[in-house]
Design a protein around this ligand. Sequence first.
Ligand code: NCW
Length: 480
Amino acid sequence: MTPATEPPRSATGAGLPADFVWGAATAAFQIEGAAREGGRTDSIWDTFCRVPGAVRDGDTGDVACDHYHRWRQDVALMADLGLAAYRFSVSWARVVPAPGVVNAEGLAFYSDLVDGLLARGIEPWITLYHWDMPQWLEDRGGWADRGVVAEFEAYTRAVHAALGDRVRHWLTLNEPWCSAFLGYAAGEHAPGRQDPQAAVDAAHHLLLSHAAATRALRALDPDAMVGITLNLTLADPADPQDPADVQAAALHQALVNDAFLHPVLHGGYPPEVLDAWASAGGVPHVADGDLAAISAPIDVLGVNYYHGALVSAAEPAPDRVLPRPPAPPRPTGNPMLGSQGHVVRRDLPRTTMEWEVQPDGLRRLLVHLQAEHTGPAGVPVVITENGAAYDDVVAADGTVHDPERTAYLLAHVRAVQEAHAQGADVRGYFVWSLLDNFEWAHGYAQRFGIVHVDYPTQTRTPKSSARAFADVIRTGHVRD
Ligand code: NCW
C-alpha cells in the first residue's frame, strides 16, 4: 500500500505522506454484468431494473462494463495509471445465490481478480456491500428484518474464507444512508419501498451487520484493517442569520452524517436524529447491547464526498429549486426525506448529476471530522470515493478530453492536501470511478469514469482526467 518517496511539499505546505494510498473505486453491480452467469442469482437491483420507469431508459446491469469477462484488461488499465489500490465490491448474490448456499464459482471470480491485482502490485480493498442484496433475502424482509444480520455475517465469513489469505483491507458497507433511505423511504433505489419504519429499521440493521462483520473479520484475522464507508456532506444554512435555516442545515447534516457517525464512533443515535425519524414515522428497534456492538473500534473511516448542501427551512423560491437530472422523478412528499430541509441552488458550478462542485466542503468536512469525530475516536480517514459525472465527448481521433472532471479531481485532491496540512488524519484517496458505469436510477446516462466505456463495443479509453490523476499518483501531490 506504499509507493515511492516523500513528495515535495507544495508552496502551501500541503504535501501528503509518502504512504498515502492512491486508488480507484468501483462496485460489483455497476460494472460486472454477467448477471446470470457463474451461478449468480438476482439481486434487488436486477429486480428493480425490471420495474417500468424505475431506471432511466430501462437500463439494466445485465452487461454493464462486462468486467466479469474483461477484468484482466481492467487490471492492466489500473496498472498503467499507477494505482496503489483498487476498491471493489463483492456481489452478495454471486457468493450466496440462495439461502445457505455458498457459490464456489462466484468466489473464484474474486479470487482470480485479487491474484491479478496483487501480481500488478495493486492492493485490493474490498467493500462487502455496495447496494446489491440478493433478492431471496429481500423476499425475507431485506434490511428491514433483523434476520439479515446473521446472513451478512455468514456471507462475510464466506468471502473471508476465500480471500482472507490475501486481502487485508475490508469495508463492510458502502453508504448505508442510501441503502436505508433511498431504498426503503424514498423508493428511488432498490428495493423501491416507501416505508419510514422499514427505513429506520434498515439503518439499524445495516449498522448491526457492520458490527457483526467487523467482529467476525477481527476474529478471523487480527491484522485485518476494517472500516465502513459513509456518504458525508457539509450543510450550510441558506441564510446564516436566520435561526430556522441554521437549524435546518444542522438537522440535514445530522440526518445524513451523524445518524451513522455517532452510532459507529460514539455509541448512540443523536437525540435530534431519533426525534426527526420519529416525527417522520419511524423509530428503530434497538435491543440491549446493540449500540455497544455497533461502536466497536474500527481501523478506518471511509468517506465518500461529492458535494455540499445549502439548506433552507422554508420552501425555496422557484429559481432556487435544485433541478433534478433526467431520471425517474423522486417520489414526493416522503416525510423521512422531507425532514432533511430543502436543499437549494447556490451559485456554484454543477455536474450533470446537478451536484454542486464545492471542493472546500471536502476540506471543511475533513477538518470537522478530525475535530468532532475521528480525531477523538483515533480513527484515520480515507476518501473512498470522490469524482464527478459530466457529458463526455469522444473526439474524432478517439480521445476523450474531460477538463471539467480533471479540474474537479485536482481541486478535491488539493482540498485533501489542505485538510491534511490543517491536521486531518487522512490516509488515502480513491477516485470514483475507474470506469464509466451503471449509475443506478440514472442508468448509463451519467458518466463518472476516468476511463470512458463505449458500451456497444466495450472499448475502454482513458480520458485526459486519467492522465492527470496518474500524474498526481506519480508525484504524490497536486501543484498549487
Ligand atoms: S448515487 C451515489 N453515488 C454514486 C454511485 O455511483 C456510487 O455507487 C455511490 O457510492 C457515486 O457515488 C455514490 N450516492 C448517493 C449520494 C446521495 C447523498 C444524498 C444525501 C443528501 C440528502
